[in-house]
Design a protein around this ligand. Sequence first.
Ligand SMILES: C[S@@+](CC[C@H](N)C(=O)[O-])C[C@H]1O[C@@H](n2cnc3c(N)ncnc32)[C@H](O)[C@@H]1O
Length: 368
Amino acid sequence: MALRGYTGSVSIDLDPGKAALGNAQLVRAIIDDMASGAITFERYMELALYHPEHGYYRKAGRIGPQGDFLTSPVIHPMFGWAVAGWCHAAWKALGQPREFTIFEPAAGSGALATAVLDWAESRDDGFREALRYVAIEPNAQGNEPRAEWVAPPIAPAACGVVVSNELFDAFPVRLFEGSERGPVEIGVRWDGEAFQEVHLGVASIDDAPETGRFEVNAHAYPAMRSLCQLVERGAVLTFDYGYPQDELWAPWRTTGTLLCFYRHTAHEDPYVHVGEQDMTTHVNFSELASAAEDEGMAVHGPVSQSAFLFALGLGGLVESARADMGEYFARRRAFQQLTDGAGLGRVRVLAATRGIGGELPGFAEGGP
Ligand SMILES: C[S@@+](CC[C@H](N)C(=O)[O-])C[C@H]1O[C@@H](n2cnc3c(N)ncnc32)[C@H](O)[C@@H]1O
């Protein structure tokens, strides 16, 4: 081969240059938003993900093998069957009310709705008849026709469960860098060729890290309080990547938790593939728990998704498919992915309950 042992200076320019900047219309819209100067990182992230026309989540198909990343509901319906079983237990603990609503904020493609409704239809007529499924999705909506697809404001229900998967970790966040003067907010400006970070003012934030980067998800606490208000009696069941505050803001975590996903590759540059990549940060579970408590709810967990699914008996769904080897191997693979401690298994699960007696599955005392 001509190239073997070749030591000449011929090289290929591998720099993708401006092509990697992303959706040109969105980049233009963000630059226009900077008319009076640099914007906060939070505003930049809001436009990148949720600009009314060009934001990343305005287009369907972002999640899944053909998209940029995978979530638990799209791995296999098993995840939704487990959620359905949990909601069924909550329905029974509430005394099998004649009307029971499952609200799903961040319903996305409707994969979770489909699995839950399939489970209800095949398992318990009483539960199915009582069940109303409300999919809350302000961006690209799925097409599960058995669910009601709505955008806020939402009327609350007397009895039900609010279940969300990766809602809070998709909220725009403020970005800070610790300094001797206190936490300095990061802003974004356009230098004519690329987005650049700038330092904005110094903020006062309780218990903030003194060095390194960290994020503040200002939308999480009020959103959790709103979700808790959706059910008079029932539960809020939340699946998200995150940590309690002391772990989230641990001194050794010097680069924060912001991650971008582009075609199943994770990286840390939010200024490329703008509008064509996901941006996400880990959630402060201490704040979610406080929000639920401030709404008068009892908090259970958080536990890891892996522990939660094991406790619910997800492994039994693998074994029960042995008669169909194709399905058996599909479930076995999904089980591994959903409980993988280095992947989806480390998602945290938190439940907040009101008016439900006894213990709900997956949150046994002494669990991880
Ligand atoms: C990471 S995706 C998760 C989608 C889906 N739950 C899943 O697991 O595949 C985040 C979703 O949150 C939705 N979202 C963002 N802000 C929201 C809000 N305020 N209310 C409801 N959904 C929201 C986005 O449109 C997007 O569909």
